[in-house]
Design a protein around this ligand. Structure first.
Ligand code: NAD
Ligand code: TYD
Length: 351
C-alpha cells in the first residue's frame, strides 16, 4: 500500500493510473479537489478495490494521521501542490499554505508514523518537486544538476523550494527516509488547460487567441508525463536515501516553437476551415519575473537508476494532441466546472 497526495491532479492522476496498470499494490489517494483536482481523471478506476480515494487536505494533520494509522502505507508519494506560476503571482497565499505548510504537516505525520514502525528502513517519503527551484539559466549555461544553487524567482518556485528544504531537514535531523525529485515541465493527458500546451490546444480548437508571453523565446525542457511517472517509480524503488534526482526530457524548446508545433499538428489532425491555427498566435505582455530558461541535466538518474525517457517530443506531443481531440467532454467539464456536479453524482468519498 502507498499513500499518494494530489492524485486527482495532472501528474498525480497519471501516476496512479500508471501505478495500477503496472502492478496490484493498492493506493490511498488523498486530494483536496481544488480547481486542479478532477476525479474524472480517475474514472477508469471506479469500482477498483485497489484505489481508495479520500477527499481531504494535506494540511489536516488529524486526517493524515488517521490515514497512516489505518492503511499502514510503506511509502508516501507527495504530489499535492498549488502548481501554476501565474496563479502564484495573483494569489501567493495558497502556495505557502499547501506547498509549505502542507508539506510540513505531511512530514510531521510521516515522522510520527515512521518512528513507530517495526521496519523503519523500508519506509519512503518521496517528495515530487520542480526544476523551477533552481531559478533561471542563461543561454550558454549548463543545465541544472542536483547541486545547482537554489534561486527561486516566483512565489510558486519559492514555496516549492521551501518544501524541498523541509524535506531535506527532516532527513538530516530526524533520519526520515526521504527522496526528492526535481522535474522539468510535463505535458500529456489530463493537463489542466491553464498551462501552456493544453491551453494552446484548447484555445486553437475554440478559435480563440493563443497568448504567447513576451517574445516567446523562453525555453523549457519538456517531458511526457508518463516518463515522469516512470522516473518517480525508479527513484522510489532504488533511489539513495536523502538524495535528490533531477528528471528531464533532454528536450529544450522555445515557447513559440512549442506553439507552432501544436498548431501544425492540429492543422494535420483537425484542420480549421478558417485556415492554419498559427493565425491565432498573439503576443501578449510578458509574465512578471518570467524565468528565461530551464534545462535539466538528467545524468544522475540515468547513471544510478538506468532511467531514460521513453518518448521523444515528437511522439509525446502527437499523443497529447490526439488525446485532447478524443476527449472534448473532459475539456468541457474542466472548463465549465460541470465536472464537479458530475463527480458529486458519480462518486462518494470514502476514508
Ligand atoms: P496540479 O495542479 O495539476 O494538481 C495538484 C493536485 O493537488 C490537485 O489534484 C489538487 O486538488 C491537489 N491539491 C492541491 N492542494 C491540496 C491540498 N492542500 N491538499 C490535498 N490536495 C491538494 O499539479 P501537477 O502539475 O499535477 O503537479 C503535481 C506535482 O508535481 C506538484 O508538486 C508540482 O510542483 C510538481 N511538478 C509539476 C510539474 C509540471 O510540469 N506540471 C513539473 C515538475 C514538478
Ligand atoms: P506554464 O505552462 O505556465 O509552465 P511554467 O511557467 O511552470 O514553466 O508556462 C510554460 C511557458 O509558457 C512559460 O515560459 C510561460 C509561457 N506561457 C505563455 O507564453 N502563454 C501562456 O498562456 C501560458 C500559460 C504560458
Amino acid at each position: 500500500m502507498i499513500l499518494v497526495t494530489g492524485g486527482a491532479g495532472f501528474i498525480g492522476s497519471n501516476f496512479v493510473l500508471d501505478w495500477l496498470a503496472q502492478g496490484d499494490e493498492p493506493v490511498v489517494n488523498l486530494d483536496a479537489l481544488t480547481y486542479a483536482g478532477n476525479r474524472a481523471n480517475l474514472a477508469s478506476l471506479q469500482g477498483d478495490a485497489r484505489h481508495h480515494f479520500v477527499h481531504g487536505d494535506i494540511t489536516d494533520r488529524a486526517l493524515v494521521d488517521s490515514l497512516l494509522a489505518k492503511h499502514q502505507p510503506r511509502a508516501i508519494v507527495h504530489f499535492a501542490a498549488e502548481s501554476h506560476v501565474d496563479r502564484s503571482i495573483h494569489g501567493p497565499g495558497a502556495f505557502v499554505k499547501t506547498n509549505v505548510e502542507g508539506t510540513f504537516t505531511l512530514l510531521e505525520a510521516a515522522r510520527a508514523y515512521w518512528s513507530g514502525l517495526a521496519d523503519k528502513a523500508a519506509f519512503r517519503f518521496l517528495h515530487v518537486s520542480t526544476d523551477e527551484v533552481y531559478g533561471t539559466l542563461g543561454a550558454q549555461d549548463a543545465p541544472f544538476a542536483e547541486d545547482h544553487p537554489y534561486e527561486p524567482n516566483s512565489p510558486y518556485s519559492a514555496s516549492k523550494a521551501a518544501s524541498d528544504h523541509l524535506v531535506r531537514a527532516w532527513h538530516h535531523t530526524y533520519g526520515l527516509p526521504v527522496l526528492t525529485t526535481n522535474c522539468s515541465n510535463n505535458y500529456g493527458p489530463y493537463h489542466f488547460p491553464e498551462k501552456l500546451i493544453p491551453l494552446m490546444i484548447v484555445n486553437a480548437l475554440a478559435g480563440k487567441p493563443l497568448p504567447v508571453y513576451g517574445d516567446g523565446r523562453q525555453i523549457r525542457d519538456w517531458l511526457y508525463v508518463r516518463d515522469h511517472c516512470s522516473g518517480i517509480r525508479a527513484v522510489l524503488a532504488g533511489g539513495r536515501l536523502g538524495q535528490t534526482y533531477n528528471i528531464g526530457g533532454w528536450n529544450e524548446m522555445a515557447n513559440i516553437d512549442i506553439v507552432h508545433t501544436v498548431c501544425a499538428l492540429l492543422d494535420e489532425l483537425q484542420p480549421s476551415p478558417e485556415g492554419p491555427y498559427a493565425r491565432l498566435i498573439t503576443h501578449v505582455t510578458d509574465r512578471p519575473g518570467h524565468d528565461r530558461r530551464y534545462a535539466i541535466d538528467a545524468r544522475k538518474i540515468e547513471r544510478e537508476l538506468g532511467w531514460r525517457p521513453a518518448e521523444t517530443f515528437a511522439t509525446g506531443i502527437r499523443k497529447t494532441v490526439q488525446w485532447y481531440l478524443q476527449h472534448p467532454d473532459w475539456v468541457q467539464q474542466v472548463q465549465s466546472g460541470a465536472y464537479r456536479d458530475w463527480v458529486a453524482a458519480n462518486y462518494s468519498a470514502r476514508a
